[in-house]
Design a protein around this ligand. Structure first.
Ligand SMILES: Cc1cc2nc3c(=O)[nH]c(=O)nc-3n(C[C@H](O)[C@H](O)[C@H](O)COP(=O)(O)OP(=O)(O)OC[C@H]3O[C@@H](n4cnc5c(N)ncnc54)[C@H](O)[C@@H]3O)c2cc1C
Length: 402
C-alpha cells in the first residue's frame, strides 16, 4: 500500500507531535510553519503546567478537569516516546495554589472542588504515569502562618499545596527540534505561511492542496490543521465556520535564569487574572503577571495585530511583572536580584470562550470543549492546552493511519 501523504499545518507541540507519530507509523508528512523553526511560538514560551485540573475551580462541574486530566496523565510516557529520553526540568516540588482575596471562587468552593478533583485523580488508572507518581494524590491546606511565609496576607486568604507539576518548555522545544530533524518521513516546510486549503472536487475526502505564500503543494490524502491562532482562518478557506464564540489573547511572561539556586516555591494566585511563579530546577524560573503580560486580545476569526515594543517598553513591562507579583509574593524580588538572563517572551492563546478572567461568568473558565474536529480526511485541532497535545496527537495519528 502507498504511504499516506499528510500535510500537517503548524509546528508547535500539536503539529510536531502529530507529525512524529504519523511518520513513525509510515506516513509521508509535510510539516508547515510560518516561523523559521518549529516551536517558535506558544509551545516554546509557556509555563509548562501539566494540567490535572487544579486551575479550573471556577468550573465546579469538573467538566474541564475531566477533559484535561487524561492528557495530563499521558503526557510523560507519550513525550518520552516522542523524544526518546526521560523528561527533565520538572518542578522539584508540588504547586502552591494561593487564593487571592479577589478570586472568583471562595475558599469553601475551592476546598470542595479540590476534594472532588483529588478523588477523581486517585481513582484514575493512569495516575502513576504523571510527571511523578500521584496515585496517592492529596491536597494540603496551609495554615495562616504558612501562607504568610509565602505571600502577603493582605492579598491572599488561603493556600493549598496540590500535586500538580510543570516542566521547562524550552528544554522540550529543543529536544523536539532534534527529533523532527532525525525523522526521515518528515519534510519540513518552515518559513512558509499557509493561506488556505483547497479540496477541489474531492470534497472533504481529499485529495487536498495547501496554498502558501510560496506556491501550492499537493496532492495530500489528509490535512491536519494544528495552526492554533491561525487555525480558524484555514478552516474557513474550506467553508468550515466556527459555530461558537472564540477569542485570541497574546500573553507575555518572563523566562529567567539565575546565577545560583533560588528557593522561591512554585505558586499560582487563583482564580482570576493574577500571576504566578514557577521554579523548575532552582535556576530556571518563570514569572507572570497576567494583566501586564496581556499584550493583545481580540474576538475576530484572525488574531489582532501585535503592537511592536521598543526596548524601553519591554523593560517597563518586565519591571512591572516583577513588581506586581513581587508585592504579593515577596521572594519573587530575589529572583530578579540573582538573574543572569531575563527574557520577555510569549505566545497566542486561542480559546473557545470569551470575557474577563475576573468575571465568574466568563466562558474562559470552561475549557472542556477542546480537541479534534474531523471532517472526512481533514482534521482541525483546538489544542486547548500544551499538556494535552501529545495525547490528542496520538489519537489523530491513529485515526489517520488506521
Ligand atoms: C504565556 C503562556 C503560558 C501558558 N501556560 C500553559 C501551561 O502552563 N500549560 C498548558 O498546558 N498550556 C499553557 N499555555 C497554552 C499552550 O502554550 C498552548 O496550548 C500550546 O502551546 C498550543 O500548541 P499549538 O501547537 O497548538 O500552538 P503553537 O505552539 O502556537 O503552534 C502553532 C504554530 O502555527 C504557526 N502558524 C499559525 N498560523 C500559521 C499560518 N497561517 N501559516 C503557517 N504557520 C502558522 C505558528 O507559527 C506556530 O508555530 C500557555 C500559553 C502562553 C502563551
Amino acid at each position: 500500500m502507498k504511504p499516506r501523504r499528510v500535510a500537517v499545518l503548524g509546528a508547535g507541540i500539536m503539529g510536531s507531535a502529530t507529525a512524529l507519530f504519523l511518520a513513525r507509523r509510515g506516513a509521508q508528512v509535510a510539516l508547515y510553519d510560518a516561523a523559521a523553526a518549529p516551536f517558535s511560538g506558544a509551545s516554546r514560551w509557556n509555563e509548562g503546567k501539566i494540567h490535572l485540573g487544579f486551575l479550573y475551580a471556577a468550573d465546579p462541574s469538573l467538566r474541564t478537569a475531566q477533559r484535561v486530566l487524561p492528557g495530563g496523565l499521558a503526557f510523560r510516557p507519550l513525550m518520552e516516546e516522542l523524544l526518546g529520553c526521560p523528561l527533565r526540568n520538572i518542578t522539584e516540588s508540588e504547586d502552591t495554589v494561593l487564593l487571592h482575596r479577589d478570586s472568583v471562587v471562595s475558599a469553601a468552593g475551592m476546598r470542595t472542588y479540590f476534594e472532588s478533583l483529588t478523588a477523581l485523580i486517585r481513582s484514575h488508572p493512569a495516575a502513576g504515569d504523571y510527571l511523578v507518581d500521584i496515585s496517592d494524590a492529596r491536597v494540603t491546606e496551609l495554615s495562616e502562618r504558612e501562607v504568610g511565609q509565602i505571600a502577603d496576607p493582605a492579598f491572599v486568604s488561603a493556600g493549598f499545596v496540590v500535586p500538580e507539576r510543570s516542566l521547562s518548555t524550552r528544554w522540550v522545544a529543543d529536544r523536539f527540534i532534534d527529533s523532527l530533524a532525525a525523522e526521515k518521513g518528515i519534510e519540513s516546510q518552515m518559513a512558509t505561511r499557509v493561506l488556505g486549503v483547497d479540496a477541489r472536487d474531492g470534497g472533504m475526502q481529499g485529495p487536498f492542496w495547501v496554498k502558501t505564500d510560496v506556491g501550492t503543494d499537493g496532492p495530500y490524502d489528509v490535512v491536519v490543521n494544528a495552526l492554533w491562532e491561525g487555525r480558524p482562518r484555514i478552516d474557513a478557506s474550506l467553508g468550515i465556520q466556527q459555530d461558537h464564540e472564540l477569542s485570541h489573547r497574546y500573553r507575555l511572561a518572563l523566562f529567567i535564569e539565575t546565577r545560583q539556586r533560588v528557593e522561591t516555591p512554585s505558586a499560582v494566585l487563583c482564580t482570576g487574572a493574577f500571576g504566578d511563579v514557577k521554579n523548575y530546577n532552582g535556576r530556571e524560573l518563570y514569572v507572570s503577571w497576567y494583566p501586564t503580560g496581556l499584550l493583545a486580545s481580540g474576538e475576530a476569526i484572525d488574531p489582532p495585530l501585535l503592537p511592536q515594543l521598543d526596548a524601553s517598553e519591554r523593560k517597563a513591562l518586565t519591571d512591572d511583572i516583577f513588581s506586581q507579583l513581587g508585592r504579593i509574593i515577596p521572594s519573587v524580588s530575589r529572583i530578579e536580584e540573582d538573574a543572569t538572563e531575563i527574557r520577555l517572551e510569549g505566545g497566542w492563546v486561542f480559546a473557545r470562550g470569551r470575557g474577563d478572567l475576573n468575571d465568574p461568568e466568563s466562558t474562559l473558565h470552561q475549557r472542556d470543549r477542546i480537541g479534534i474536529k474531523r471532517l472526512g480526511s481533514y482534521f482541525s485541532i483546538d489544542t486547548g492546552k500544551y499538556s494535552v497535545a501529545p495525547w490528542l496527537a496520538l489519537q489523530v495519528a491513529e485515526a489517520i493511519v488506521d
